[in-house]
Write a protein that binds this ligand. Structure first.
Ligand code: GDP
Ligand code: MN
Length: 386
């Protein structure tokens, strides 16, 4: 889950990382009230999950209430690269001497955490990496050993920050590492991390991505979940507790188990088709789950055929078959369905389905044949519209 800047800054603050005093608001009047509370000058910042907000006019300095009003009313409802601004963050403006970059993320290939620090901050790190890769000091951290203050100092020295920033940077990086690990983040980035004229170091921006699978350890993360950006299909699937990823193709996929769902996406591609989604219905293939899955896929106007690929395990073949039939009575489906049913009591399940087969509901004995049939049906009906 990706946090907005205002959420990231509150998350930082919980770990003692210095951020500017501020608040998130949704109206112009509230923006002015926040500015008057914290004192001028303030910065009004568009809350969208996209970089380059400043260039797009989404970050403005205001020296009094009238300016705050003007900027907040311009920024609220602004469109930044296709993202509408619903929330602005108003914070105390900072004086900046230098802008740095700092982040922790996971280096999956190395199976280690990766810290990156650069004296060239304020610009996208990809840009620094392309133009001047030596300007990024990297550190690999074994998650078992953690990051010691000594290692952190050496890392800061390697990044050649202004010596005035050393103590502040070490302090913030140690806290950022704790936040990243204890807070179960996949990414914790500060860009820019600033040095002020009076020698303080602090976070002027926050980009944080949290591990969705850690919510059980952090019940408060549910609040972030509520503000996640999802397309209409993803929102529908999320409401139904389905593991769903929307793709661009025309073959809708329902499978039980993430491994089987991935294989199904692969095999559809392999036989020349394009998957419309990845959907894992998990262990129970009962009528409720199946109906929910079919509703989500049916709402995707690119879908031309639906491939239901089930390997019965604890859920027996006849329960799966009855689940599919019951779901079809509840949901009007616009595309032909191809079922492949295998595993526990597959014969019993197939027997039940075979009494109901038609052009709209077909069955194939193997995954490969079912994939071919689904792709063929999608191709036959494409261009026809729905
Ligand atoms: P992003 O470009 O969308 O990542 O937005 P940032 O929050 O990183 O801000 C972009 C730039 O705006 C920073 O690199 C600063 O140069 C400038 N900026 C943001 N806040 C302040 C502030 O309080 N004072 C000053 N002087 N500049 C700021
Ligand atoms: Mn930034």
């Amino acid at each position: 889950m990706d946090l907005f800047e205002y959420q990231g800054k509150k998350w930082f603050a919980q770990y003692g990382i210095p951020v500017s005093d501020g608040d998130a608001v949704t109206t112009v009047d509230e923006a002015v009230a926040v500015a008057e509370r914290i004192g001028f000058p303030v910065v009004v910042k568009a809350q969208v999950q996209v970089g380059g907000r400043g260039k797009a006019g989404g970050i403005k300095l205001a020296s009094d209430a009238a300016e705050t009003r003007k900027h907040a009313s311009n920024i609220l409802d602004m469109d930044i690269k296709g993202h509408r601004v619903d929330v602005v963050w108003v914070e105390k403006a900072s004086d900046i001497d230098e802008e740095y970059y700092a982040s922790f993320t996971l280096d999956r290939a190395a199976k280690l955490h990766l810290g990156m620090l650069s004296a060239q901050g304020g610009v996208e790190i990809e840009e620094v990496a392309a133009n001047d890769p030596d300007a990024i000091a990297k550190i690999h951290i074994d998650p078992v050993d953690g990051l010691t203050e000594q290692q952190c100092r050496e890392w800061v020295a390697a990044a050649k920050l202004n010596p005035k920033a050393t103590e502040g940077a070490v302090d913030i990086l140690m806290k950022l590492y704790t936040a990243y690990v204890d807070g179960d983040a996949d990414l914790a980035e500060i860009n820019p991390l600033i040095l002020t004229p009076d020698g303080r170091v602090h976070a002027l921006d926050a980009k944080v991505s949290l591990d969705d699978n850690s919510v059980f350890r952090h019940p408060e993360y549910k609040e972030y979940d509520a503000t996640q950006l999802r397309d209409a299909r993803e929102a529908m699937a999320h409401e139904r507790n389905l593991q769903y990823v929307g793709l661009e193709g025309s073959v809708g996929i329902i499978a039980n188990g993430a491994g089987l769902a991935m294989s199904t996406v692969d095999i559809v591609s392999q036989v020349g088709g394009a998957p419309a989604n990845f959907l894992d219905i998990g262990g129970g293939a009962n009528a409720d789950v199946m109906a929910g899955a079919l509703e989500v896929i049916n709402s995707d106007k690119n879908v031309r055929s639906i491939f239901i690929n089930i390997f019965g395990g604890i859920t027996k073949g006849e329960e799966v078959a009855n689940g599919i039939l019951a779901a079809l009575e509840r949901v009007d489906i616009d595309s032909p369905i191809v079922v492949r049913l295998d595993g526990t009591n597959a014969d019993e399940g197939r027997e039940i389905l075979s009494a109901h087969l038609s052009d709209a509901l077909q069955m194939q004995p193997t995954m490969l044949e079912a994939a071919r049939k689904a792709v063929e049906l999608a191709a036959a009906s494409s261009g026809g519209g729905k």
